[in-house]
Design a protein around this ligand. Structure first.
Ligand code: KIV
Ligand code: ZN
Length: 519
């Protein structure tokens, strides 16, 4: 057995920026990707899959920049089996202090017949050719058998054998469609490792999707079968139902060392901060009851539970909130709080802002505290997330005046900063939200459809901050974005503008993909 299989160290391969970003609507900007990558590196992730360099100029630029700046983690770029893809990925990770090319091809009969239209012999040739090409560019090469869990073991064995012979240093057996079960997945790793003569030369990796809600359980089961790398994402975002959630994998290993005798290099006190950042930049809300990082994960409501907690926290908590970066004590924040207390509060919530961002956030906090009796932690998080998300937007909200009520027609006078130029327009509408959206449409003409408009209160009470989610789609592309403000109408405008900004980023990427497809 290889060194890798003998150790109890499990490599954490984060694919938030690649598989995670493939979630419909989860597009991140260049700056947002850098911010996420920096945090992943700081928290101790072993490998950061930074993107799919051939997919767009934007992806290439993000992978290259992440490769240059990341200090500890290996930076991986994804590539299909074609030489153009592989060369582009190699170019993108060229300046990394540890770079990896991750190349894949589908191996299941369904994919061979319907998607690739290739024979097994042709796929085997592709495996050898693609891994050889990648190894000629870089020493660290991961090969993935897409749809491995629906591939006959005999053919999968031959593919893995070919990949290792060609020099793959990591072998990934993805459960691409979230179909497997823990026992079955464990047995797959055991069988492949036994059947392939050179299996000790590679680290085996699990990559699970959550279509049946078993992604984390399947990933952990793979460790029993000899896998020593788990591919996962912050908050479990990813294609369809998502990938295994990094926070679940890391905390399961940490909390259940008795049955999962492994270690990871991830510092779990970063988990909450990472969850908040990824939720903010993707505008994907984290479900309240989400394991580890959901807002209710450490909340106790029933009398019996509260009684137990007051006597001893171990009665109803298997992890301490502090162990995942949740602060227990809460500074009471209000209009008398100064910037020092505000900075401390941000630190406690896991945010570290630069001087200018801090000044802006403090000003918004003061405005909020003037209008609201109690400023909760969630209010501050929403306020700072807004700040982070809007920093690089092309269209920014400057001012909004709305006339609403029973006398109609409702109207909105809106001033936007569009690429640095202030423009104002007044519009009417069927209600104030419609008037605002019409004003936005007049200032930024576009053909996007409004698919989602949802309002919820960040905290309780009539003075709670409103958080609005807006979904837009155009030409098959869809985005979701959020905006928060104590004024629901301002939050609506912010959310709509955030969605438009995201759509622009998507358009730039789409144009490049179309160009690629054409020739
Ligand atoms: O799910 C999958 O098979 C993938 C591969 C590209 C690794 O994401
Ligand atoms: Zn995947």
């Amino acid at each position: 057995m290889s060194q890798a299989h003998n150790t109890d160290k499990v490599l954490i391969f984060d694919t938030t920026l690649r598989d995670g970003e493939q979630s419909p609507g989860a597009t991140m900007t260049f700056q947002e990707k850098l911010e996420v990558a920096d945090l992943l590196d700081e928290m101790g992730v072993d490998i950061i899959e930074a993107g799919f360099p051939i997919a767009s100029e934007g992806d290439f630029a993000a992978v290259s920049e992440i490769a240059r700046r990341v200090k500890r983690a290996t930076v991986a770029g994804l590539a299909r089996a074609g030489f153009k893809d592989i060369d582009r990925a190699g170019e993108a990770v060229r300046h990394a202090h540890n770079g990896r090319i991750h190349t894949f091809v589908a191996t299941s009969p369904i994919h061979l017949k319907y998607q690739l239209q290739k024979s097994e012999a042709e796929v085997l040739e592709l495996v050898t050719a693609s891994v050889t090409r990648a190894r000629n560019l870089i020493a660290d090469v991961e090969w993935s058998a897409m749809d491995a869990t629906r591939t006959p073991i005999e053919f999968l064995t031959r593919c893995v054998d070919a990949a290792i012979r060609a020099g793959a240093t990591t072998i990934n057996l993805p459960d691409t469609v979230g179909y497997t079960t823990p026992d079955e997945y464990c047995a797959l790793f055991q069988a492949i490792r036994e059947n392939v003569a050179g299996s000790d030369k590679a680290v085996f990796s699990a990559h699970c999707h959550d279509d049946l809600g078993m992604a984390a359980a399947n990933s952990l089961a793979a460790l029993r079968g000899g896998a020593r790398q788990i591919e996962c994402t912050i908050n479990g975002i990813g294609e369809r139902a998502g990938n295994a959630a990094l926070e679940e994998v890391v905390m399961a290993i940490r909390t259940r060392g008795d049955v999962l005798p492994y270690i990871t290099g991830v510092d779990p006190t970063f988990l909450t901060r990472a969850a908040k950042l990824v939720s903010a930049v993707t505008s994907f809300p984290v479900q309240y009851n989400k394991a580890i990082i959901g807002r209710n994960a450490f909340a106790h409501e029933s009398g019996i539970h509260q009684d137990g907690m007051l006597k001893n926290a171990s009665t109803y908590e298997i992890m301490t909130p502090a162990s995942v970066g949740v602060s227990k004590t809460s500074l009471v924040m209000g209009k008398h709080s100064g910037s020092h207390a505000f900075k401390e509060k941000l630190k406690e919530l896991g945010y570290e802002l630069g001087e200018n961002a801090l000044v802006d956030a403090f000003k918004r906090f003061k405005d909020l505290a003037d209008r609201k009796k109690v400023v909760y932690d969630e209010d501050i998080a929403a306020l700072v997330d807004n700040e982070i998300v809007s920093a690089n937007d092309r269209i920014k909200l400057v001012a909004l005046i709305v006339v609403a009520g029973t006398m109609g027609p409702q109207s909105a006078t809106l001033t936007l900063d569009i690429d640095g130029v202030h423009q104002t327009r007044q519009s009417t509408g069927n209600g104030p939200v419609d008037a605002i959206f019409n004003a936005i449409g007049a200032l930024v003409p576009h053909e996007a459809n409004l698919d989602l408009y949802q309002v919820h209160a960040v905290t309780e009470g009539t003075d709670a901050q409103a958080e609005v989610s807006v979904g837009l789609s155009r030409a098959g592309k869809s985005v979701i974005a959020r905006g928060a403000d104590p004024d629901t109408l301002v939050a609506s405008a912010r959310a709509y503008l955030a969605a438009l900004n995201k759509l622009m980023v998507r358009d730039e990427r789409g144009a490049k993909l179309d160009q690629m497809a054409a020739g």
